[in-house]
Design a protein around this ligand. Sequence first.
Ligand code: NAP
Ligand code: BLA
Length: 325
Amino acid sequence: MDSIGIGLVGTGYAAKVRAEVLHEDPRSHLVAVAGHQPEPTHELAATYGAIALPDWPTLVTHPQVDVVVIATINRDHGAIARRALEAGKHVVVEYPLALDVAEAQHLISLAQAQQRLLHVEHIELLSGIHGAIAQALPQIGTPFYVRYSNLTSKRPAPDRWTYRNDLFGFPLVGALARLHRLIHLFGSVSRVTCSARFNGSRSPETPYTSCLVSAQLTFTSGLLADVIYGKGEALWNDERILWIQAEQGAIAVDGETGTLIRPDGSQPLDLGTRRGLFAQDTTMVLDTLTQGTPLYVTPQQSLYALQVADAARRSAAIGEPICMD
Ligand code: NAP
Ligand code: BLA
């Protein structure tokens, strides 16, 4: 079989890791790169003997490109995926699939109609931490409360796209992995209440200096989850915790340390590493394209998490709870 031609949109962290893996795997080769600024685009393309294209509309119609890998800012994911699928290409996109729920829904239908692969990366499911929690859960009985907090103190606030709602999306949309890992563990959500505050932004087109989002999710099972996400210079300490309280025990993850708590005592959980996850994802995509093996996540699962994240955004905007259908 001919080596699969890859068109890569983006030149940042995710794009670079993808490029290296795709270059090293004999089943694929990098055809073209389209970035934001010319210099990083030329540099990344030259590293792997690919061509540097001026923009993504040119890349998605390039005849030698079989698969478009979208690793650029979130605002553009939906539009790039749409044009790529319309051009008959397979699509691999870093989460979120799109900022807009209706657009994400349309893309899933379009991929089906075009009979093309649409894969939304969710590397958080591949992480050691997720595997360790999923494995330990049956040992603690029915979970009834989760507290999941991700706070990052960053001084001074970076002038980056990840601090802009128009480019990153509402914080729980851009950081969709936070909700997606809970939904993967605990199932569907019936109700969402959310508050959000942004410091230092004069308009959606200028970066905020801090954001703080606090959401409460009621799962269909009855489980209650407090989800907190914040970053920036008005936060003065980091917090990365996930606590699961259940009828017969608890799971506590604090930074790099995980503990399984049971009536008869506590034991450490092996959380593994955060490295190598993009490589695993990329290899599984090539397995799917060459052998038809199933992937670890479906775009429908990603869409559902997006619907919950969007309900959080709407709840914060109107100051009222949102009931999910
Ligand atoms: P990154 O390192 O900041 O790279 C961002 C890319 O977007 C660069 O190519 C950058 O080009 C371009 N860009 C920046 N501002 C832009 C603008 N205003 N208009 C158009 N393009 C712009 O980001 P990343 O971490 O690789 O994230 C890329 C995607 O991967 C995102 O969707 C993110 O959610 C997802 N993701 C990342 C990770 C991770 O570990 N990093 C994990 C999961 C998912 P210039 O540098 O030339 O401006
Ligand atoms: C997720 N990491 C992300 C995302 C961005 C970054 C933009 C997607 C949005 C989000 O979910 O928050 C960006 N991550 C960074 C940057 C650093 C970082 C700029 O750690 C700077 C060091 N990502 C990395 C590195 C690792 C990494 C070096 O850039 C690991 C060694 C892992 N990032 C990682 C993982 C996720 C993620 C596993 C998924 C989110 C999750 O697990 O909740």
